[in-house]
Design a protein around this ligand. Structure first.
Ligand SMILES: Nc1ncnc2c1ncn2[C@@H]1O[C@H](COP(=O)(O)OP(=O)(O)OP(=O)(O)O)[C@@H](O)[C@H]1O
Ligand SMILES: [Mg+2]
Length: 303
């Protein structure tokens, strides 16, 4: 029995050492930039971003969310607060990037993008440099920049995906959402085949349905487009997701024993345990690429 106890203790210690090494490795290699996007709207991007941030934070990751939906910012509504400053105020030089940070639950922080995202494109090289510096400074104290983008295959959504280190494409089981997810993957790779794409199937009725549809989509993408999309995970249809949106509290912390929270934990574990794609120069380089890729003609109505 003593031997079994010893074996168990050393197994637990080895696991803990490995987890610590992984966290340290992440810290040494700098913050990763993960864009979360979808072909079709309303499939669950914002819910995923917010709750994934909490799942990562529970795993000792330091997370900043960039709320970059150009239509309606969602993350602050889901957390039940009004942003004080947005990226727009940084573009206008009223405040620093750090001043825009909203404290969310469990140490996560949110940068409300607002109309500032679109306005980044009108800045010249010198003007943009203070924003780039702001992101570089934040990167030094973070492990993840998670970006909640708009839906669709517009040039502005593609600009985020093409600028990030990696992107997560969210879909649900509806044929239209699956077709739009495929369309988005194709559109990204037509522009740059090096972008690492991962798929999450949301709102599945059963695990069997999720794996079947997810595998079908990733197989199709690989056959037709010649490179793999990683099928990262799936999230069950779960009433706690809508309930938590109505209550303006994230389900990961409000309903920690729900199926959806379990699935988010699983997705966070997979992200952390897979070899990360090559870094592309950090957060400053991400902002530079975003501005370079940004479409010149876009609706600039303030949000
Ligand atoms: N796994 C789930 N189970 C049940 N309901 C869900 C699930 N995921 C998302 N929803 C519901 O779907 C709706 C849309 O979710 P969400 O706002 O996260 O989508 P979105 O992709 O960010 O939308 P948009 O494109 O408008 O930004 C919300 O009401 C949310 O509660
Ligand atoms: Mg959203």
């Amino acid at each position: 029995m003593a031997n079994q106890g010893d074996a168990l203790r050393s197994w637990v210690k080895a696991k803990a050492d490995q987890a610590t090494r992984e966290v340290l490795h992440q810290r040494l290699t700098g913050g990763r930039v993960l864009a979360v996007t979808s072909g079709k709207g309303g499939v669950g991007k914002s819910s995923l971003v917010l709750n994934l941030a909490l799942a990562l934070s529970e795993r000792s990751q330091r997370v900043v969310i960039l709320d970059a939906d150009l239509g309606l910012a969602n993350i602050n509504i889901m957390l039940g607060y009004e942003p004080v400053y947005t990226l727009w105020d940084v573009v206008e030089k009223r405040v620093t990037l750090r001043d825009t940070l909203q404290q969310g639950p469990n140490g996560i922080r949110v940068i409300p993008g607002g109309s500032g995202i679109t306005e980044l494109a009108r800045l010249d090289g010198v003007e943009i440099s203070h924003i780039i510096e702001g992101f570089q400074e934040l990167e030094g104290e973070c492990d993840w920049l998670l970006i909640d983008t708009s839906a669709g295959i517009s040039d502005s959504v593609l600009a985020f995906v093409l600028a990030a280190d990696e992107a997560l494409v969210v879909t649900n089981p509806e044929p239209t959402a699956l077709a739009d997810a495929y369309g988005l993957i194709k559109a990204v790779w037509e522009q740059d085949g090096r972008v690492a794409l991962k798929l999450v199937m949301n709102r599945i009725q059963s695990r069997e349905q999720g794996s079947r549809l997810g595998t079908r989509l990733t197989d199709l993408a690989e056959k037709a487009l010649g490179q793999p999309v990683e099928f990262l995970g799936q999230v069950m249809e779960d009433p706690v997701v809508t309930r938590s949106v109505l209550r303006q509290v994230p389900f990961y912390t409000a309903y920690p024993h729900s199926e959806a929270a379990f699935d988010l934990g699983d997705i966070a574990d997979r992200i952390l345990h897979r070899v990360p794609p090559p870094r592309r120069g950090g957060w400053g380089a991400f902002v530079k690429r975003l501005v370079e890729n940004w479409p010149r003609e876009i609706n600039r109505d303030p949000i």
